[in-house]
Each structure stands twice: as structure tokens, then as C-alpha cells.
Ligand binder design. Structure first.
Ligand SMILES: [Mg+2]
Length: 155
């Protein structure tokens, strides 16, 4: 993503998109319809995409076999998620998640988006996010349209 200057907020130059899996890209274990196509668009837009999950079922890596630019990463705790974000450059990272396990990476990342949707979001995740949306598709739309980012974040 090109640098975006946001009045009263600062500039954003985001190159990494870090996504929680459960409750963010999936509902009840199944991908939310349209999400995989949206990831392709975001990749074409220039984002490096990482999916973080505790991988309780051991199926994380098989879930993304055809997305060469989407990297699944096993992270067991909130501090694991934060450490991963810091390892790739927190200042150039936007995170999307919904739970308490996402709170630490929300604190570290330049931009954080909390999505509520069917599984809900925790109060702490909402409080640490820069933006709250009701559905993951809205988070993706915001990231693909800098004017939406500017309109929401300017002050
Ligand atoms: Mg989650």
C-alpha cells in the first residue's frame, strides 16, 4: 500500500496484513463466504498476508494450499501473536482480529481492526482496536480504499 497521509492522525504505509483465523475469517470453523477471494484481491493490491491461529485441529497449513502469498503461522498465545507482528515490522502492519488473544498484537501494530460478526468480539479487543467493523468484508473494503481509511481515522 502506498503511503497514506491522514490529517490529524499521521501517515500509514502498510505492507503486512495479519489476520486472526477463528471468528475473523471463519464462523464455526468454516470460511466466511467471499473471504478467500478477498484475500486474493488484497494480495494483488500488494499486501503480504499472514494468518495466525492456535491450530487446534492441526489443519491450518492445509487450509491455504493455493495462496502462495498467504502464510499460515501457528501462534498459541497473545504474546506469540505480538512477537510475530514485531518480527515482521509492527509499524508497517495492520492486524484484524476479534478476541482477547488478539489484544497484544493490536497494541503493537500500526493499525488494528476489530471485527465483531457472528462469534462476537471481546470488550478488550474493541478497546485496543483503531477501527471496529461488524463484518470482515468491511475491514477488507477499508483496506482496499484509502479514502475510507482517511474518512474514519482523520481528526
Ligand atoms: Mg478469533
Amino acid at each position: 500500500m502506498k503511503m497514506i497521509a491522514i490529517p490529524g492522525y499521521g501517515s500509514l504505509e502498510l505492507e503486512n496484513l495479519v489476520l486472526d483465523l477463528n471468528g475473523t475469517l471463519t464462523e464455526s470453523g468454516d470460511f466466511i463466504p467471499g473471504v478467500l477471494d478477498d484475500l486474493k484481491k488484497l494480495k494483488a493490491h500488494g499486501f503480504k498476508i499472514y494468518i495466525l491461529s492456535g491450530d487446534t485441529r492441526g489443519t491450518l497449513k492445509q487450509a491455504f494450499p493455493k495462496f502462495s502469498g498467504v502464510e499460515p503461522i501457528v501462534t498459541k498465545t497473545a504474546l506469540d501473536k505480538r512477537a510475530f507482528v514485531e518480527s515482521i515490522g509492527a509499524e508497517r502492519t495492520v492486524c484484524v482480529g476479534n478476541g482477547n488473544i488478539d489484544v497484544e498484537m493490536f497494541k503493537a501494530a500500526r493499525l488494528s481492526i476489530c471485527t465483531v460478526q457472528a462469534e462476537g468480539a471481546t470488550t478488550q479487543a474493541i478497546l485496543e482496536a483503531d477501527i471496529v467493523v461488524i463484518h470482515i468484508k468491511h475491514a477488507f473494503e477499508i483496506l482496499l480504499d484509502p479514502k475510507k481509511l482517511i474518512a474514519t481515522l482523520r481528526c
